[in-house]
Design a protein around this ligand. Structure first.
Ligand code: NAD
Length: 273
């Protein structure tokens, strides 16, 4: 039987110092909130996503100012080779990968019989398959280190469905299956794999779908916010990127060593109903 490690749980105020974290899709929204939280906790952060050079430079210097070094890797995660390359380049540069957050995601809202097949393929490629490619590349290094944290940003839509989001709901349910499977495969090697299931968080991804949802349902923008988005959340407020950042820091830390294969909801009570 494995005995629990005896290292103290509360090391310092910077619990992730010395650790290397990759956060996909961290140039905006939830991923950026996670990157900032990791940097504040002392981790070296690899920022990834689509942004102009000025934004990238500003984000890297902001995160570097908070903690350890922050670097940018522009891998296009729609491409399996680039998704794997994001991890191999990190290991080549830093000698290790301690935390992998699969966060990059896109959305498209349309009835299933009008859903463009190319959008379906892109959503599955980015929201689900990219996580497979980063994970399959990171696991051997984490196994060898005998430590690692894989955190997949799924969604309340990994647990329940909403109409007009067939590809997104399918991908996010898939992320939860991937999370559980990987957790079982690496459980004896000091590596955990968990999913976070946010409800609605005010980010570009949500802003962009309001117009499509209004069109698909034949209602106004204001009605989408009150009758569709916040209707699902008993707290009647959007979750924040800071709340999700704080949870990822906890999941990445020693105190979360026995949490694996699980989906943690940050949805204001949405899926309790
Ligand atoms: P966002 O649009 O603000 O951020 C998405 C990020 O992914 C950006 O950094 C973008 O540049 C990056 N990205 C897009 N295409 C990419 C590609 N081909 N390669 C690499 N990076 C790419 O969205 P967000 O709301 O912060 O969403 C982040 C994650 O959280 C997604 O997986 C989303 O499904 C999930 N989520 C969001 C909400 C919400 O309400 N915002 C709720 C539940 C789950």
């Amino acid at each position: 039987m494995d005995m629990p490690a005896s290292a103290p749980l509360d090391r310092t105020a910077r619990p992730l110092s010395g650790q290397v974290a990759v956060v996909t899709g961290s140039t905006s929204g939830i991923g950026l909130g996670i990157a900032r939280a990791f940097a504040g906790a002392g981790a070296e952060v690899v920022i990834n996503g689509i942004a102009d050079q000025r934004t990238i430079d500003a984000l890297c210097s902001e995160c570097s100012g908070l903690g350890a070094q922050a670097v940018y890797d522009g891998a296009n995660l729609l491409d399996p080779g680039e998704a794997a390359g994001l991890v191999t380049r990190t290991i080549a540069r830093s000698g290790r990968i301690d935390i992998l957050v699969n966060n990059a995601g896109i959305q498209h809202v349309a009835p299933v019989d009008e859903f463009p097949p190319a959008r379906w393929d892109a959503i599955i490629a980015l929201n689900l398959s990219a996580a497979f490619h980063t994970i399959r590349t990171a696991v051997p290094a984490m196994r060898e280190q005998r430590s690692g944290r894989i955190i997949n940003v799924a969604s309340a839509h990994g647990l329940v469905a909403s109409p007009f989001k067939s590809a997104y709901v399918a991908a996010k349910h898939g992320v939860l299956g991937l999370t559980k499977t990987v957790a079982l495969e690496v459980a004896r090697q000091g590596v955990t794999c968990n999913a976070i299931c946010p409800g609605y968080v005010w980010t570009e991804l949500v802003e962009k779908q309001i117009a499509d949802t209004a069109a698909a349902r034949g209602i106004s923008h204001e009605q989408v916010i009150s009758d569709v988005l916040l209707a699902a959340q008993p707290t009647k407020r959007f979750a924040t990127v800071e709340e999700i950042g704080a949870l990822t820091v906890f999941l990445a830390g020693e105190g979360a060593s026995s949490i694996t294969g699980t989906a943690i909801s940050v949805d204001g009570g949405w899926t309790a109903q």
